[in-house]
Write a protein that binds this ligand. Sequence first.
Ligand code: ADP
Length: 625
Amino acid sequence: MSHSAYRLAAASLALCIFLFDMLSPLEGAVAVLYVLVVLIAARTSWRKDVFAAAAGAIVLTLVAYAISHGFENYESPALRALVSIAAIGITTMLALQNQAATATLAAQARLLNLSHDMIYVRDTEGVIDFWNDAAEQVYGWSTTEAVGRVADELLRTKYPTERATVEAALLQNGRWEGVLEQETRSGVRLVLDSRWAVQQDRLAKPIGVLEIHTDITERQAAHAALVKSERRYRRMFDSSRIGVLKEDWSAVRRELESVQEKGIPVSDYLAGNPDFLDRARRLVRIVDVNPALLSMVFVEDPKHFLTTADDILSATDRAFAGALAAFARGDAFYEGETEMVGRDGEVIPVLFAITFPASADDGDNVLIYVVDITERRHAQDAIQQAHAELAHAARVATLGELTASIAHEVSQPLMAIVTNGEAGMRWLRRDPPNLEEVETALGRAVAEGRRASDIVKRIRAFLKKAPSHRGELVLSVLVEDATALVQRELARANVQLQVDIQAGIPNVRGDRIQLQQVLVNLMINAAHAMSAQTGPRLLFIGVVQNSSKSVEITVRDTGPGVSEEHLQRLFEPFFSTKRDGMGMGLAICRTTVQAHGGRLAIESQPGMGATFRVTLPVTDGSAAG
Ligand code: ADP
């Protein structure tokens, strides 16, 4: 009913009572019924309505009395009228009090409706008798739909333990708290943080339970995700084959901050206070280590050994200072190489990477990844040793090469000296001695002796990498000199020599004796190769310009050639197919040609002779010789 309806009802009732009072023979006793008018007016919950009703009732009582009895008569009707007025007054007071109490209750109920939590009140049987706005919105049932229903059935409540245990705890303590699950009207299951309180009557008998429910579904899901991620992190931490340390650097951070507050740059402070470094090593607390790290340092139980960074860093460590400086600078990352110490003092070389936490509040979360490089160090040492041995072997080999080269190159001039000496002696023993021939023979012996000495000098200079005597060489002269040196030997071996030099060949730069030796070697080899054959023994020397930048000297014979398998190894030092061969000739030739910026190559088909090609760069702007 609306307020105006109550007002109308109150006014109508007041009029009826007034008429009845006037007309009935009861003389004022009816006026007591005005209390009903006051009570009806009080239903509007307006104080002024109560006052108006009360005032109206009193006025009407007095008017009825005045009309019926006049003011001279103070006997029993007057007394009745006064009693009625008193009754109206008392009723008004009670109605006002009741109205105030109802207003307070309504305000409290409005407060409950303001809450974001779902709040309902149920009786001891579980039947709902109050249901707030949040409950309407979240659960989906209106107050009228929910009130009168059994809460657990409506919401399909699932308790963490037996329902009876929860109820028993509630009755014993007067309250209960826990996490439970309920279902909304649309079937969504909610995880709720729930708090219950028992309402009691004056005799401490429970009459109802106030239940407050906070929806923590999302918080719970986020927490579950966090737990999962933590577990995954832990698994990675534990199963990683890389050693991982978790350290707390917050004490170091505090020290560094106090230094910075004094206005001292941290780098200066670190440089000026070496003892700080020692202290900082003890300030860095080891929070956690993974199994891989433990086995790296031969520790089974971390509690007995690993407390601060000082326990694990070797005394010779230099990397911690760098890490500290990086930390002070606010770097996110630092990596390097250092040495850790194992439980019994073993030194373990390691590579490490540190990740510093991004925020200062997260100071206990410094992660260090460590890789043991002991084996790599051993391998490095072994490689270094191998290098040293190789270098030594190379020196020994060079010495051998030097000796072999001298022996090889000098043997030919020595033979020539001996031959010429013997010839000279034969001419001397003639009767009469032919002194002219003796002189010629001795002259040749002296020249060969000089050449031998030159060869030795050049080889030594060459092997010492000393600068050689380079000059501009006219190729026709070079070939002529070389052939002159082997002329007698070729003649003795029955080899026919044919030389073909292209006209206008440019000059080359080089060491005359060295290049002469190359040609001498190639020609002697050819003569040796053809020594067993019965057919014509031809040796052909050709010189052509094969490009604008280079010339080519070809030494071709008609000997047996070189087999495929030997072709690969021909230029290797000490490779020889001859019984008394030293295998140094071609090796020296190739090195010499290469030292002149040229190439020495061979072409050969077995049975068809061998062709050696010496390619040399020409000197700029040289003219034909
Ligand atoms: P050596 O003459 O002491 O054996 P070389 O290095 O001068 O050493 O020659 C290596 C080998 O190359 C010889 O043993 C020979 O088998 C082969 N060889 C060199 N020149 C010729 C050639 N013109 N024809 C065939 N084989 C050759």
